[in-house]
Design a protein around this ligand. Structure first.
Ligand code: SAM
Length: 225
């Protein structure tokens, strides 16, 4: 990011959350590609002025927005990984950024975390009025009850007519939901697209578009409040 002093400051978070095929590319390349795809699919001309909430943020978009000096209204990242969140909060010092740890239980990423039942818990922590919430490779690692909880949490964080963008492993041949490897729960949580549509709709969202998988992202759902 360009500092007022004119100095360029590069951040290089020491975390890697992406699959080997994706991590083969420089982080800013996949980050820029996915942010552009999100922008286009949400119907935005630009990210300028937009308030984006990234649930299960990892470090990729913070790094991309910071190092490429992308014009965005604000970027808020939430994750169960306390170390990554602390690193970003300490190193990506940009007034447009906010990073918060969220201790929700997930079989793969946070087995000792808490069971979340209250759909307003994020809103009460001050996460509200976002133009959109997004999740890249997060529902890909959630059992149905947790996916449904997350969809409800995010519904409460966006403004009226706000949007939701998320990617998921989908397979028409799956009966509702299946784990790719039962020995490693949530490593490959795969859904029948209609079942996933039901889950997201039951949280209040209207599914407006479903985009097929590309070489850079899984099946993507665009929803509106
Ligand atoms: C495959 S990584 C993707 C990271 C990032 N979205 C990206 O595309 O680079 C999945 C991320 O989701 C986070 N995560 C999984 N379950 C979560 C939950 N219930 N709440 C918040 N974060 C979660 C993990 O800690 C991890 O950072």
């Amino acid at each position: 990011m360009r500092h007022p002093s004119g100095q360029f400051r590069y951040i290089d978070p020491p975390f890697q959350f992406n699959s080997p095929e994706i991590a083969a590319y420089p982080v800013e390349v996949t980050g820029f590609h996915l942010l552009s795809s999100l922008r286009q699919r949400l119907g935005w001309n630009s990210l300028a002025g937009k308030r984006l909430l990234d649930f299960g943020c990892g470090v990729r978009f913070a790094r991309t927005i910071h190092n490429l000096d992308i014009d965005i209204g604000s970027y808020t990242g939430i994750d169960v990984n306390a170390q990554a969140i602390a690193w970003l909060a300490n190193n990506a010092d940009d007034p447009r950024f906010r990073f918060e740890h969220f201790d929700m239980r997930n079989e793969m990423y946070n087995a000792g975390g808490e069971t979340v039942e209250d759909r307003n818990v994020l809103q009460r922590r001050g996460f509200s009025e976002f133009d959109a919430a997004c999740m890249f490779s997060v529902i890909t690692h959630q059992a149905p009850a947790d996916a449904q909880t997350i969809f409800a949490l995010l519904y409460e964080t966006v403004r009226a007519r706000g949007q939701l963008y998320f990617t998921a492993f989908t397979d028409d041949g799956v009966d509702q939901y299946r784990e790719g490897d039962p020995a490693l729960p949530c490593i490959l949580s795969t859904y029948h697209p209609e079942y996933l549509r039901q889950l997201v709709s039951s949280a209040g969202w209207n599914v407006e578009e479903i985009y097929p998988k590309t070489n850079m992202q899984q099946t993507a759902f665009v929803c509106r409040k």
